[in-house]
Design a protein around this ligand. Structure first.
Ligand code: PEP
Ligand code: MG
Length: 366
């Protein structure tokens, strides 16, 4: 594991002594979680659960699940995925030793999980015990022309609640298991993605709360947990006041919030953004450094309205901007509680958070 020692380690200690913002990491693999810890991350701010399913042993069940014709077919596939998920979370909770871990429920742009080749289709058909023609037509029916604005995030949980139910059960079972094994109580933070309305969040909370009751009833262990939401759509930012009635924390997904506010695709912007920067339309790449005016104003509005409803609402950022020094300064100014970035950016985030805190203090003295 990489370690911060010598002068670098000392510099980090100085930074930690002055910074106010907590620094977490975006991590879903044990390797990333360990790297995050050794770089001083104070928790996991975003565990993207969809990344856990690309392993060949699992993707087959994920495909079977999304292509199933009915709930029974989906549940059959989900039963296969549950033990993998439980194992994933036990490992993360164990590595993080009681530090906060925010787990985001499934948010795949669906096309990433669709079978592409005939061989993939045959494999899914065999696993599900159905005709390959049924799989092919289900795959065609599910393909979308604009997947990033399509059936992803909580929309998937709203249409197929059993997916989020499986994940929530895996999280609570893992939390109970890891708490017993490590002697440190795990307080899972469950995060609902791509929420636009409070009603979506409320529907998903019912699923999560039912899963918690089921696991706590069966194990005889009751743990605290929090359910919160990502704020990554302009509507969610504007309606943050009512969303905060149901959310125990907000995490700003500024990758999607940038995409949806500027109307620029995250995946297809490189060829014109360079020209845009050269012509002074955007000073920096807005996907790398927060557009502090447009996107930033939405973040400020959401922070203000959310905290008006719920004083002390925990606020973080988990888009790429969470590791960008200029964006971290903005997060300090806006009063967020933490930034979450890729593990290798944790040291720079610690330093930037310290500089931001010093900058703010100096401003106060003027
Ligand atoms: C985001 O949208 O900023 C985010 C963190 O989620 P993802 O990048 O996984 O869409
Ligand atoms: Mg997102």
């Amino acid at each position: 594991q990489p370690e911060l020692t010598g002068d670098f380690g000392t510099l980090m200690e100085w930074a930690d002594a002055v910074r106010r913002l907590k620094v977490r990491a975006n991590a879903e693999t044990p390797t990333d979680a360990r790297t995050a810890r050794s770089f001083g991350a104070e928790g996991i701010g975003l565990c993207r659960t969809e990344h856990m399913f690309f392993d060949p042993k699992r993707i087959i069940h994920v495909r079977q699940m999304i292509l199933a014709q009915d709930e029974a077919g989906r549940r059959q596939a989900l039963d296969k995925l549950l033990p993998y998920q439980r194992e994933d979370f036990v490992e993360l909770f164990t590595i993080m030793q009681g530090l906060p871990v925010t787990i985001r429920l499934l948010d795949p742009p669906l096309h990433e999980f669709l079978p592409h080749t005939e061989e993939d289709m045959r494999e899914v058909a065999e696993a599900a015990g159905v005709d390959v023609k049924a799989v092919r037509s289900a795959a065609i029916a599910l393909s979308e022309s604009n997947p990033m604005l399509g059936h992803r995030g909580c929309r998937l949980g709203v249409t197929y609640p059993e997916i989020y139910e499986m994940q929530a059960i895996a999280i609570f079972e893992a939390a109970v298991q890891a708490s017993k094994a490590t002697g440190q109580t795990v307080v899972p933070e469950i995060m609902i993605p791509l929420v636009a309305t409070r009603r979506e969040l409320d529907l998903m909370k019912v699923v999560v709360d039912a899963a918690a009751s089921k696991v706590f009833g069966a194990t005889g262990v009751t743990l605290d947990y929090a359910v919160g939401t990502m704020i990554e759509l302009p509507r969610a930012a504007l309606r943050a006041g009512e969303i905060a009635e149901s959310a125990e924390f907000f995490s700003f997904g500024t990758n999607d919030l940038t995409q949806t506010t500027l109307g620029i695709s995250r995946d297809d912007s490189a060829h014109f953004l360079e020209t845009y920067q050269r012509k002074g339309i955007y000073e920096k790449d807005p996907f790398a450094s927060l557009d502090q005016e447009g996107v930033g104003e939405l973040v400020q509005i959401a922070a203000e309205r959310g905290r008006k409803t719920r004083a002390g609402l925990k606020l973080g950022i988990c888009g790429e901007h969470g590791g960008d020094p200029a964006s971290i300064h903005f997060c300090e100014q806006t009063g967020l509680d933490y930034v979450s970035c890729s593990p290798f950016r944790v040291p720079i985030a610690r330093l930037a958070a310290a500089q931001a805190a010093l900058g703010k203090a100096a401003e106060g003295q003027k």
